[in-house]
Design a protein around this ligand. Structure first.
Ligand code: HEM
Length: 231
C-alpha cells in the first residue's frame, strides 16, 4: 500500500487525481444542465420537481452525490497543493524563465487556473447554501401533480424566486463566465494528464473541450436570464 500512498503524494499522482476528479465534474455538469433546463418548461414546475425528487431520492444517485461532494473538495484541495508546489518550483527557476512562460490563450489560462478554480469553488459553496441546503433544511413549499404519487418539494418555485433578484442573475452570469474559462484549459488538460497525445485525437479533444466550455456555461447562464426576463 505504501507505493500507492507514495504515488498519490507525487506530482504525477496529484495531477492524475486532478484530471480524474475534473473529468467526473465535467460529466456532472452535463447531467446537471440537462436537468436544470427543465426549469424553462412552461408546466408550472412539474417536470423539474419530478426530476429533482428522483435525483435526490434514488439510492444510487444519492451515493454518487456523496462521491460528487468528495470530488469537489478533493479537486479543490489538490489544485491548491499543486499551485503551491509550482510556485515554489518557479521561485527556484528565476525571473528570466517566468517571463517567457505564458503564450497563447490556454497557456495564459493555465497560469490562472488556481484563481479561477477558487472562484468556482466559492460559487459552488454559495450555490449549494442557496439551493441545496435550502432544499435539505429549509421550509420549501410542497406541490402535487395529477398522475404523480405523493408530494413534491417545489424546488421550481425556490429557483424562480431566487432569479427574480437581478443581483443573483448577474452573479450567476459572471460565475458561468469564470467556469467557462476554467473549463477552457481544464478540459484539454485533464486528457493530456491521462497521456492522451495523438496526432488525430488530440486536436479533436481540444475542439470538443472548446465547444463544451462555451456551450455548458452558456446553457447555465441562460436559465437565470430567461427566468428574470420572462417568468
Ligand atoms: C442556472 C444554473 C444552476 C441552477 C438553476 C442550479 C440549480 C440547482 C438546484 C435546484 C440544486 C438542488 C437540487 C439538486 O440537487 O438537483 C442544485 C444542486 C447542485 N448544484 Fe446546481 N444549479 C446551477 C448551476 C450549477 C453549476 C454551474 C454548478 C457547478 C459548477 C452546480 C453545482 C451543484 C452541486 C454540486 C449541487 C449538489 C448536487 C447533489 O446534491 O447531487 N450547479 N443546483
Amino acid at each position: 500500500m505504501s507505493w500507492f500512498s507514495h504515488f498519490l503524494k507525487s506530482s504525477i499522482g496529484q495531477k492524475l487525481i486532478m484530471s480524474l476528479t475534473g473529468l467526473f465534474l465535467i460529466l456532472f455538469l452535463v447531467v446537471h444542465l440537462i436537468g436544470n433546463l427543465q426549469l424553462l418548461a412552461e408546466d408550472g414546475g412539474e417536470s423539474f420537481n419530478v426530476y429533482a425528487r428522483f435525483m435526490t431520492s434514488n439510492p444510487l444517485i444519492k451515493t454518487i452525490s456523496y462521491g460528487l461532494y468528495f470530488f469537489i473538495l478533493l479537486h479543490t484541495w489538490q489544485g491548491i497543493v499543486l499551485w503551491f508546489k509550482n510556485r515554489a518550483a518557479r521561485g527556484k527557476e528565476g525571473y528570466a524563465v517566468k517571463k517567457t512562460r505564458a503564450v497563447g490563450t490556454s497557456a495564459v489560462l493555465s497560469s490562472r487556473m488556481a484563481w479561477l478554480g477558487i472562484i468556482v469553488f466559492v460559487f459552488i459553496v454559495i450555490h449549494m447554501v442557496q439551493f441545496w441546503l435550502q432544499m435539505k433544511l429549509g421550509n420549501v413549499q410542497m406541490a402535487t401533480y395529477p398522475g404523480h404519487d405523493g408530494e413534491y418539494k417545489d424546488l421550481f418555485v425556490m429557483v424562480i424566486d431566487a432569479f427574480k433578484n437581478p443581483a443573483f442573475v448577474i452573479f450567476y452570469v459572471i460565475c458561468m463566465y469564470v467556469i467557462g474559462l476554467h473549463l477552457w484549459h481544464g478540459f484539454q488538460s485533464s486528457f493530456q494528464t491521462l497521456g492522451l497525445n495523438h496526432k488525430k485525437y488530440t486536436p479533436l479533444i481540444k475542439g470538443i473541450g472548446k465547444v463544451y466550455s462555451i456551450l455548458i456555461p452558456a446553457g447555465f447562464a441562460i436559465i437565470p436570464i430567461i427566468v428574470y426576463l420572462f417568468r
